[in-house]
Design a binder for this molecule. Structure first.
Ligand SMILES: Nc1ncnc2c1ncn2[C@@H]1O[C@H](COP(=O)(O)OP(=O)(O)OP(=O)(O)O)[C@@H](O)[C@H]1O
Length: 282
């Protein structure tokens, strides 16, 4: 992939936590393609959060290189501030991210830190409140919000900075099905503005339905990547990694078995693909 098609790339990256004997990520190589909906899956502790923290410069690799559009990251304060405007990170737990008293104050916080003119701050905050359906909550105290609302505010906090790459750590954790659906609508808005998205999740049904590209991580490195169809068709490897498969894949496999058992013609690869695409659009 040439640099014009990739935003951020990792090349043989290794990182070990200060008090740890073993690397949390090692030989980590991946390229995040521009304008794609990307998902990263892998069992607990495989290194997804560490990858995100390396991606926005919170951690510095011990070995290897991380590049933004083909240029290695610099770790001086000014370069990191610039990087964090381009790479927005939304933490798993919104409580870790929300800092102000009200929703509006929280969304303006990052812009105030950039020292932008007041008129521009006000305009961008209003637009973001509108975009994320938060206008009626603008003056609400953060403490009064539901977890789903807090998640929406934490994404708005990052999106107001207009990042090119949005990193979301476990965004659907603790959300009920309706909130997951609302969250997907929010993500579509973000993606339609040209923002590349990389999210880490254990929700494989969400990945199957939403992602264009899937990275599978194990023991600190990427072991498989491709479209959801390519990745989840490797069901044996996925199962061996302790990940299970999306419900739709299990259901389609069961239908194929039933057809074969009854000496009927199984669905063709093309028909299976069409069914999966139709379900993605629901
Ligand atoms: N602050 C820390 N100090 C020492 N080791 C850590 C620290 N944070 C994470 N680790 C270790 O680094 C490895 C990768 O952890 P990480 O949080 O990146 O995994 P993860 O894939 O995000 O896990 P999960 O799916 O449970 O969120 C794990 O072995 C973990 O125990």
């Amino acid at each position: 992939m040439s640099p014009e098609f990739e935003l951020l790339s990792f090349k043989n990256v290794e990182y070990t936590y200060p008090c740890s004997q073993h690397p949390a990520v090692q030989n980590l190589t991946l390229r995040i393609p521009k304008h794609q909906r990307c998902a990263i899956i892998g069992r607990n502790g495989c290194g997804k959060t560490t990858l995100f923290r390396l991606a926005n410069g919170l951690y510095r690799p011990k070995r290897g290189r991380i590049e933004w559009q083909g240029k290695p990251l610099n770790y001086d304060r000014k370069s990191l501030n610039q990087l964090r405007q381009k790479v927005g990170l939304v933490f798993q737990n919104p409580e870790q991210q929300l800092v102000a008293t009200t929703v509006e104050e929280d969304i303006s916080y990052g812009l105030c830190n950039l020292g932008l003119p007041e008129s521009e701050i006000a305009q961008r905050v209003q637009q973001t409140l509108l975009d994320f359906d938060l206008l009626n909550l603008a003056d609400a105290p953060i403490n009064y919000l539901s977890l789903g609302q807090k998640k929406r505010v934490s994404i708005a906090d990052v999106m107001v900075l207009q990042p090119q790459l949005l990193l979301l750590d476990e965004p659907t954790a603790y959300l009920d099905p309706k909130q997951v659906q609302n969250f997907r609508t929010t993500l579509e808005k973000v993606h339609s503005r040209g923002t590349t998205i990389l999210l880490a999740t254990h929700n494989l049904d969400f990945v199957e339905a939403w992602a264009d590209w899937v990275f599978v991580m194990d023991s600190g490195e990427i072991v498989l990547e491709g479209t959801p169809e390519t990745v989840f068709n490797q069901s044996q490897q996925i199962q061996e990694l302790g990940l299970g498969v999306p419900l739709i894949v299990t259901a389609l496999n069961a239908i194929q078995d039933e057809l074969t058992l009854n000496q009927l013609t199984p669905l063709s690869a093309e028909q299976l693909q069409k069914i999966r695409q139709r379900i993605r659009q629901l």
